[in-house]
Design a protein around this ligand. Structure first.
Ligand SMILES: [Zn+2]
Length: 265
């Protein structure tokens, strides 16, 4: 059998991803000609992307696969620990498409069942409306003040770590306006010198994180209690528990830690 006939199978039960166990103790996305488990009738198999010469397929299952000598299911976030970056990112894309498919079954204009036309496009056969996956854009901002940065703990964090101020982009707003508004709303501080850092797909369930660096420009910390438990400026020698390595927030904090010359302007 030629290599090109084998397919990568991204199979989800809710946010749990099916991994195959290798003999050496590592894990991989199942890679074979046919699905590694039985598929129920009426299951939609999605084409996600192509890696190398192999197509990546994805589908949802309605009950989890029991752990065995061959398989185990792990949460999408945790899969970062077991997979290559490209497989983790592809798993994220597959998860976003499955989420979109599940939540976009009918035309929002006329109520007719939608038909899938392309990997990321459905069309209404009655009125012609086209539907694509919606991406929720959120900002992250690393606020610098002299030799310290602003870190917060939000109620919705899954853990005790501290991270950067974050928030969703609102309609009609630029990303920089969003940065200034979120910092002001959540902490009462003013910022300036807002510059782009980087971005990261965030498939929990369908987001894009866009990171910015900004400088403290005035004000006293007044926390928005509905969102935050804590918030303060921390120096490099006094940092609290930080977010996981997979996140853009951590990448930004690490960049600041490793660049002592990156002080506020
Ligand atoms: Zn319609």
């Amino acid at each position: 059998m030629s290599q090109t006939m084998r397919l990568w199978w991204f199979i989800f039960y809710k946010d749990q991803l099916l991994l195959e166990k290798n003999e050496n103790g590592t894990f991989t996305i199942p890679y074979r000609e046919v699905p590694p488990i039985n598929i129920k009738e009426k299951t939609t198999i999605h084409d996600i992307t192509i890696l190398g010469n192999s197509i990546c397929k994805s589908f949802s299952i309605t009950s989890p696969v029991e752990e065995s000598e061959q398989f185990v299911m792990v949460g999408l976030r945790a899969s970062y620990e077991y997979l290559s970056v490209v497989h983790y990112q592809t798993a994220g894309k597959a998860y976003e498409i499955l989420h979109w498919d599940r939540n976009n079954r009918f035309c929002s204009a006329c109520g007719t069942p939608l038909e899938q036309k392309e990997t990321i496009m459905k069309r209404c056969p009655k009125c012609g409306q086209e539907v694509y996956p919606a991406i929720s854009t959120a900002i992250l901002v690393l606020v610098r003040k002299e030799d310290s940065i602003l870190l917060v703990h939000a109620h919705n964090f899954k853990g005790t770590f501290n991270s950067l101020v974050a928030g969703f982009l609102e309609t009609g707003e630029t990303l920089e306006e969003c940065v200034a508004r979120e910092v002001k709303e959540e902490t009462g501080l003013d910022v300036n010198h807002i510059t782009y850092f980087g971005n990261q797909p965030w498939p929990y369930p369908s987001g894009l994180m866009v990171g910015f660096i900004a400088d403290y420009a005035g004000g006293e910390i007044k926390l928005q209690k509905e969102e935050l438990n804590s918030g303060a400026f921390y120096r490099r020698d006094n940092l609290p528990e930080l977010p996981h390595k997979l996140s853009l927030a951590r990448k930004m904090i690490d960049w600041w830690i490793e660049n002592p010359t990156s002080e506020a302007i």
